[in-house]
Ligand binder design. Structure first.
Ligand SMILES: [Zn+2]
Length: 422
């Protein structure tokens, strides 16, 4: 098999789901899998881009479900790309193409590894493949799909879409996600007033400012009663694999990093963040006015086992004296697979073998995703991420997306090693 050549054929296909493209990529995958002896089919269901479903049953006791997505983000602005995003180019040991890091590269590396293992007759776990074509537009049909296909997707473990290198270049494993509660708080009065009435009139902006000031301490502790009641703080075992020096995070993410135990805080702390705030006159020059309307958008990133519905209740109680309108924009539950689970231990062991170093293991990603939903519908508790080909400089979703050629081959090896030890 010509690993890179086959990957490049796949990367050349434009699968930008936001522009309604993707079906051609799905067909490519089904053909590719069938050509290599894997049962595969397109499942249309309610999604615009079909799901690709595949299966290899070697009559093993355990089944591993591999989830990836074949769609990509729009490439614009095109003039910022140094190469054609749909004509994969190798430069300085890197492959430049849209989807190289997210998620076509990982998808192909895993698939090619499995094809090799089948050829060698060494596969000892059943495998199911689920490739989605709508991940980059927020998986709007995934829940319905899981509802109708949960029996077919039944598995013991799920390998999530891919995680390659940590900021310090060690292999990175992720065992969960943070949850989310996204709300908007609005405060209004009947009409704008001349600011000379300030001694006697209410100003909704001040009310909102006092409320916000009371929600959080300066160093980030959330002051809503019961907010931390359900937090599962990290164990010593979990902290052991989070030893990443602050300087790597500064290089990989931003110079704004202010904490020393940055990696531990990043994954373990729930937060209250102001996304946007608006009130009154913000135009040119001055206008003396008491504005009648002020609002703020807040997101709370939640950690296991905080429940967004319960947190919402605590928040509602907390803001009730302020007489604000509260609108909920989103709720996602957090999720975490145990570091002592079979899938986590197999990922750690295989990463050590392939990369000759300890992996970084995030008990949950600092970001949010639908893992809890998958666990619920498939009735399993072992979902983990790893075996990816990307790194922190991969520019996913941005221009000049890239991966190292060497990391692509490492990804193939990692998949093979994982299949040996799971
Ligand atoms: Zn993405």
């Amino acid at each position: 098999m010509d690993y890179l050549q086959d990957l490049f054929e796949f990367l050349k296909i434009d699968t930008t789901s936001a522009k309604g493209k993707g079906e051609e990529g799905a067909k490519f995958l089904v053909d590719y899998m069938r050509d290599h002896g894997i049962q595969a089919e397109l499942i249309k269901h309610k999604a615009k881009n079909p799901y690709v479903y595949g299966e290899i049953n070697v009559k093993a006791d355990k089944t591993l479900l591999i989830y990836n997505h074949y769609d990509v983000q729009p490439v614009e602005p095109l003039d910022k790309w140094q190469t054609d995003p749909f004509n994969p180019t190798v430069k300085d040991g890197k492959i430049f193409a849209r989807g190289a890091g997210d998620d076509k590269g990982t998808l192909m590396a895993r698939l090619q590894a499995i094809i090799d293992i089948i050829k060698e007759g060494k596969l000892k776990v059943n495998i199911k493949f689920l490739y989605e074509g709508e991940e980059e537009i927020g998986s709007p049909n995934m829940e319905d799909f899981l509802k109708d296909y949960s029996e077919r997707l039944k598995a013991d473990y799920v390998l999530w879409e891919g995680s390659g290198r940590a900021p310090n270049n060690a292999p990175q494993i992720v065992l969960g996600v943070k949850g989310l509660l996204y709300v908007e708080l609005r405060k209004r009065t009947a009409k704008d007033l001349h600011s000379m009435y300030a001694p006697i009139a209410k100003n909704p902006t001040w009310d909102l400012v006092y409320l916000l000031r009371s929600l959080r301490t300066e160093d980030g502790k959330v002051l809503i009663p019961h907010f931390y009641d359900k937090v599962k703080w990290l164990t010593e075992e979990e902290k052991k694999y989070l030893n990443v020096d602050k300087k790597y995070l500064e290089d990989a993410i931003s110079q704004q990093i202010k904490e020393d135990n940055a990696m531990i805080k990043l994954v373990s702390e729930p937060t209250c963040n102001i996304n946007g705030i608006y009130a009154g006159y913000t135009g040119e020059g001055s206008k003396t006015v008491i504005p009648s309307y002020a609002f703020v958008k807040l997101d709370f990133r939640l950690v296991p086992d905080q429940d967004p519905d319960e947190i919402l209740k605590h928040l509602e109680e907390y803001v009730s004296p302020y007489d604000v309108e509260l609108i909920v924009h989103g709720k996602v539950k957090p999720y975490r697979t145990s570091i002592n689970s079979e899938i986590a231990q197999a990922l750690i062991k295989s990463a050590k073998t392939v990369y000759s170093q300890d992996p970084v293991v995030l008990p949950n990603s600092p970001g949010t995703g639908p893992m809890e939903m998958i666990a619920r519908y498939l009735k399993l508790n072992q979902i983990a991420d790893g075996v990816g080909v990307d790194y922190y400089g991969s520019n996913i979703h941005s221009f000049n997306e890239n991966i190292f050629v060497e990391d692509y081959y490492k990804g193939i090896q990692w998949m093979k090693e994982l299949l040996k030890v799971i």
